[in-house]
Design a protein around this ligand. Structure first.
Ligand SMILES: [Zn+2]
Ligand SMILES: [Zn+2]
Length: 200
């Protein structure tokens, strides 16, 4: 994997709107994944329609934002753990993007995620580290470049992800994302602005 930013990352438009619908948590046995809505140009994207205590926790904030499930045009899965994709069927059949493919209905199209442009302000980056199948959704808003990613569970890390099979890869991808993003939306916590204390 490259540790530097590519041209595709640098020409990210700053036109998207990001709304975090659910800030996830891990308080075993209770777990919820962070669920986000990103709107840019003609795209209405749900990132990680994951595990929540009640599906209304996803649907109610969507309603408040004036978005119906049938308005959603794309779903992005950060990786293949159920706490981040359990509620994919709340939404109509739309393209579902993961690290290796786009799936729509029963049509499987193979493609690597890195550099995929969903809209001018939304890019996918392959960021293996938490699992080998992780991707990060990079979102350009007027105020931030946001990284929606499971490279961190929360602002506190964990410093050593117990799921990671390659600690050096995790560190490399964290550094890569920190070189691009001013805001991190982690897998199980509230958005945070990375600083010197952010686990690498
Ligand atoms: Zn996971
Ligand atoms: Zn998770």
């Amino acid at each position: 994997m490259t540790g530097s930013s590519s041209a595709a990352e640098q020409d990210l438009a700053r036109t998207a709107r990001l709304d975090v619908l659910v800030a996830g948590y891990v308080q075993l046995p209770h777990v919820a994944g962070t669920v986000s809505l990103v709107r840019d140009a003609d795209r209405v994207v749900i990132v990680d329609p994951g595990m929540v205590s009640d599906r209304e926790q996803i649907l109610a904030p969507l309603r408040e934002l004036g978005v119906r499930p049938e308005d959603v045009t794309d779903i992005v899965l950060s990786h293949h753990h159920l706490d981040h994709n359990l509620n994919v069927a709340l939404f109509p059949v739309v393209p579902v993007h993961d690290f290796q493919s786009v799936i729509e209905g029963d049509v499987f199209t193979s493609r690597p995620a890195d550099g995929v442009r969903i809209s001018p302000g939304i890019r996918l980056l392959a960021t293996p580290g938490h699992t080998p199948q992780d991707l990060t959704t990079l979102v350009g808003t007027p105020d931030d470049v946001a990284a929606l990613t499971h490279l961190w569970w929360t602002a506190d890390g964990p410093a050593d992800d117990p799921y990671s099979v390659d600690r050096d890869q995790l560190r490399e991808q964290r550094e890569r994302v920190l070189g691009l993003a001013t805001l991190v939306v982690p897998g199980h916590g509230a958005p945070f602005r990375p600083d010197a204390s952010t686990p690498r």
